[in-house]
Design a protein around this ligand. Structure first.
Ligand SMILES: *[C@@H]1O[C@H](CO)[C@@H](O)[C@H](O)[C@H]1NC(C)=O
Ligand SMILES: *[C@@H]1O[C@H](CO)[C@@H](O)[C@H](O)[C@H]1NC(C)=O
Length: 974
């Protein structure tokens, strides 16, 4: 009999009548018991005309189970009555936060209040006007004056691998616990089974205001775990970052589902799962194979679900005869729950083709999708709206794109475009892809590129909470919600906004409670006292760029319009220059005070400044209004493979396979023991990352070959990011810049341990001693490095290894009688031996500028406020080390401006703008051995609406050496 028949004819509504049913069931089951007893003592066969209904002993629990499977999950029915959080830790004092600006997160982030917040028993007990009786006459209330500063809900990271790809990564922890290699479809796997409670990332995340996250499995399984390469993912869980008294993974979870804990809560709780599409699943076939794997899996789940529904209809109708056991299958039960609409799915499907497949799958099998984590979602909003039962939220990075073909068309304008289409936008980190600590930075960038401030803040608070089905307890500051609260030093959308206080479940996490008598007081927010810091930053207008991005399917042309003659910049405030001795800044003086002036640029050079002086040069010129902006030197970037590849994960866009002289025989054709190669031979011009960098004011880059864990990475090249091809005039600024090596402990993500550190240093020492013939590249260039003719840039992270390298340097210099130019790049732990690095005459390029302890050799970071007063940058500068800042990934080059602003802001006034500018111009050039750049040859960049340190400023033009016939020209945008 089909289930339809049962449904229409006999099925009672399980919700309405479950009470009646259980009562009835108790009655009949005891009756059944007596019938069975009678049968067992009587030895006669049953008379055939008597129909005995065999009602099983567990009929009641069967009926309860049947009632439960069709119930919608959610907060327990009496949730709003709770007096105390289930996560409350006894002994936590109540807290009253007074005089705060409150972003509540409600109504798409549109509600702001001024007032107080009261936290008690792990719950928010009052917001805005807090009734006095709640806290008066109590002596256990901690009172904190917010002094009018902003308070927000604790931030929520909807896409994270905290705990399963934990820090520092070792083979024993994160490396293995995020993806399974057992197949594409693994919905039975649970990230909580790999959740490391000792991840260094938790405290760092809290220090960025992040209080909860969805821990997803990897991307290598289609259903299942989110880690490196999973496909159909696995079950994910929501957790809070704080250490619990129980110290267990499960105690870190928020509302773990009944299926995990075995606790039968009266109401079902939401479950969470990851789905993945596309190129990350290549181990398991192509896209067509993946789609079939999904359909086959869902077909298995569907047949189990139908058997269950049939079974329950019979049980509910009292037809127990030969009913047997409840049909279940431990492998597929979670997918059956997906079909019952009880699982919040996070689908990582980047491209339109993958989104289309996933939307069709949701329609074919009739299940909803909570969120898409999708680079191309903004290109197909109408497709998203066809998802079964409701439009998913879309989780995005701000600017982390072009790392795979799948994300090549990702756009910084996507959040705004999706919001305009009525789709909920969530900003994410995919930690550790981006350090979870900087989740709010993703929201800041989304706001910078056009997302309204209220939605930008909601995108990391209430919107992800709603997408997760957890809005009743996290993501908003409302009475009854969990007491996860952040008090910020400035408006959270201001770059480098830092928490002064963070509470999770009402327990203060920041400042970090002292263990013993140490001094834990950290200075936060110095220099952000003015009223303007309490407003969201003003942002540039990107209407034109956003429309172009849409028009060109995500790949708008990035070259500006070229003018080889004259350009007049109107309303210029000042001109900044970089020279040997540092930065100079000249105001463009006009007759009237405070009046802004004209600057005329011809052939890429300033020919006059000041309106009176320039009056005669204004004819036939292109006019650009800088609205009080500045003319500044072009910035440079180092550390990433910029210009050596178009897409990091796409070998066909890069240089290809290289030979590692330390582990394999170099083919004879090279006849060079170290196989020292030149990056200039591998350049690819006009990559989108390079052009975006150029348009963001970064006009020059030094890159060395991307050789992974190789010791010798060869000779770097310096080139113009706006250039079109290698022999174009001015494209190559310095063909051979520095010699690069990497000295590193074994990479935990590699199956085989690499070459030992002692072997790497031994080999380096030998080459620097000059024991190889000078008529090979290796012998030649290592000799030059030993003599101090070219800089030796050593990628190194561990302070111990840096110490050993200082000894090698001294040894070589002693032997050769030279003075080597050595630079430590990466240098995460350099602050530990800053004095010795300074006295050893070694420079440092910090990559990234804000460190993260990914691996053991870089675990001793100096995280900066609110965890430490000092940052690595400040420590190095104050110890007189020459410092540059760099980036690990090519997509980040465009964000150099943000890195600069951040370096200044988080130093609490200990580093000034001029010093920061030198870190990405003069000092960085000097460290890398770039020959002195003549003032007239330096690229100029025009910023409208401010200078490089203003969040409102926007690059509107840049000069570069473009054509041999017209040596320098000016490109303008807009
Ligand atoms: C929030 O935004 C969504 C999507 O644009 C919209 O459908 C909804 O009505 C908004 N809610 C409120 C309360 O403004
Ligand atoms: C941090 O700096 C502040 C202000 O200078 C000082 O009071 C505090 O003791 C410092 N904290 C630590 C841990 O050094």
């Amino acid at each position: 009999m089909s289930s339809k028949f049962w449904a229409t004819e006999v099925a009672p509504n399980p919700r309405r009548s479950s009470k009646v049913f259980s009562f009835f069931a108790i009655f009949v089951s005891s009756a059944a018991l007596s019938v069975l007893i009678f049968l067992s003592i009587g030895s006669y066969p049953l008379p055939t005309r008597v129909q005995i209904q065999r009602i099983p002993i567990n009929a009641e629990s069967i009926l309860a189970q049947c009632a439960a499977i069709s119930e919608e999950p959610g907060p327990s029915f009496d949730f709003s009555d709770r007096e105390k959080s289930d996560r409350f830790e006894e002994g936590t004092p109540a807290t009253l936060i007074r005089n705060a600006r409150i972003f509540t997160g409600e109504k798409n982030g549109s509600i702001e209040l001024h007032g107080d917040i009261f936290l008690d028993n792990g719950i928010i007990k009052g917001v805005g006007r807090v009734p006095r009786h709640l806290y008066a006459n109590r002596d256990d209330v901690v009172k904190i004056n917010a002094n009018g500063r902003w308070v927000t809900p604790g931030l929520i990271d909807l896409n994270s691998h905290l705990g399963v790809l934990s820090s520092p990564i070792t083979r024993g922890t994160g490396a293995d616990d995020v993806d399974s290699n057992k197949g594409p479809i693994l919905p039975w796997l649970r990230t909580v089974d790999g959740l490391n409670t000792h991840d260094d990332g938790y405290e760092l995340a809290i220090s960025g205001g992040v209080t909860s996250a969805q821990v997803l499995p990897g991307n290598k399984n289609a259903i299942g775990l989110q880690a490196y390469d999973t496909f159909a993912g696995g079950q994910s869980f929501f957790m809070k970052m704080r250490k619990t008294a129980a110290r267990t993974p499960v105690s870190m979870l928020i509302e773990p589902p009944n299926e995990l804990t075995g606790i039968a809560h009266k109401r079902q709780r939401w479950r969470h799962m990851k789905h993945t599409c596309g190129e990350r699943l290549r181990n398991y076939g192509n896209r067509m194979d993946h789609a079939w794997s999904f359909r086959a899996a869902y077909e298995s789940a569907r047949s189990i679900k139908e058997a269950q529904d049939d079974y329950c209809l019979k049980a509910q109708a009292g037809l127990w005869e030969s009913l047997g056991g409840f049909p279940k299958n431990l492998q597929w039960e979670s997918l059956v729950d997906v079909l019952r609409g009880r699982v919040k799915i996070s689908a990582q499907c980047d491209e339109a083709v993958d989104l289309d497949t996933m939307v069709r799958l949701s329609q074919e099998f009739q299940f909803p999708i909570a969120s898409f984590h999708a680079a191309e979602a903004w290109l197909v909003p109408d497709l998203l709206k066809q998802t079964y039962e409701g439009i998913p939220a879309v989780a995005l990075f701000a600017t982390n794109y072009r790392t795979r073909r799948e994300t090549f068309r990702g756009s910084e304008f996507a959040p705004r475009i999706l919001a305009d289409a009525g789709i909920h936008v969530v900003m994410k980190t995919d930690h550790p892809v981006i350090n979870s600590r900087y989740l709010v930075y993703e929201a800041q960038q989304a706001h910078h590129f056009g997302l309204p401030a209220s939605l930008a803040l909601a995108s990391v608070t209430s919107t992800p909470a709603a997408a997760a089905g957890l809005a009743h307890r996290i993501g908003s500051l409302t009475v009854g919600a969990d007491a996860d609260v952040v008090l910020w030093d400035s408006h959270p959308l201001q770059l480098s906004a830092t928490p002064i206080h963070v509470w999770i479940d009402g327990i203060m996490q920041i400042p970090v409670p002292a263990k013993g008598d140490e001094d834990n007081e950290v200075e936060v927010g110095k220099g952000k006292e003015g009223e303007r810091w309490l407003e969201p930053p003003e942002v540039p207008n990107w209407d034109k760029e956003r429309k172009e991005a849409q028009l060109w399917d995500g790949l708008p042309p990035l070259k500006g319009k070229r003018y080889s003659d004259r350009v007049v910049f109107r309303n210029v405030k000042d001109i900044w220059k970089v020279g040997q001795t540092g930065v100079t800044r000249t105001l463009v003086i006009e007759e009237e005070p405070d009046q802004l002036g004209d600057v005329v640029v011809e052939g890429g050079r300033i020919i006059c400044s000041g309106s009176t002086v320039c009056a005669q040069h204004l004819q036939k010129a292109k006019v650009v209004d800088l609205e009080g902006g500045s003319l500044m030197p072009g910035l440079m970037t180092y550390g990433s493979p910029l210009g050596l590849e178009e897409i990091a994960a796409e070998p066909s866009t890069g240089d290809g396979k290289l030979y590692d002289a330390f582990v394999q025989d170099i083919p004879e054709v090279f006849h060079d023991v170290g196989n020292t190669l030149r990056a200039v031979d591998a350049l690819a011009f006009g990559t989108r990352n390079a052009l975006l960098a150029y348009r963001s004011g970064v006009t020059m880059a030094t890159s060395s070959l991307n050789k992974g864990d190789f010791v010798i990475s060869g000779l770097s090249v310096t080139f113009g990011t706006g250039s079109s091809y290698v022999v174009e005039h001015g494209a190559i600024l310095q063909e051979i810049t520095a010699l690069h090596v990497k000295i590193s402990r074994p990479n935990p993500l590699e199956g085989t341990p690499g070459v030992s550190v002692s072997s790497q240093i031994g080999g380096l020492r030998r080459l620097l001693f000059g024991w190889e013939s000078r008529d090979q590249e290796t012998g030649h260039w290592f000799r030059k490095a030993a003599e101090g003719v070219v800089p030796l840039v050593i990628e190194v992270y561990s302070a111990d290894i840096m110490g050993s390298l200082l000894m090698v340097k001294a040894e070589v210099e002693d032997r050769i009688g030279s003075y080597m130019r050595v630079v430590f790049a990466g240098a995460t732990e350099a602050h530990l031996i800053a004095k010795d690095i300074a006295s050893g005459g070694v420079g440092v390029i910090l990559i990234p500028a804000r460190p993260y302890p990914h691996t053991w050799q870089e675990r001793r970071i100096l995280p900066g406020p609110p965890l430490t007063n000092d940052t690595a940058l400040v420590t190095l500068i104050e110890n007189n080390v020459k410092v540059g800042i760099g980036i690990p990934n090519a997509w980040e080059a465009r964000n150099t401006k943000m890195d600069m602003q951040w370096a200044k802001l988080e130093s609490n006034g200990r580093i000034n703008e001029h010093q920061v500018l030198m870190m990405v111009t003069g000092d960085l050039e000097d460290l890398l051995g770039i020959r002195e750049i003549d003032d007239s040859a330096r690229d100029l960049v025009a910023y409208a609406g401010g200078n490089v340190f203003d969040p409102t400023s926007k690059v509107v033009a840049g000069s570069a050496t473009l054509h041999a016939s017209t040596p320098r020209s000016c490109q303008t945008y807009g």
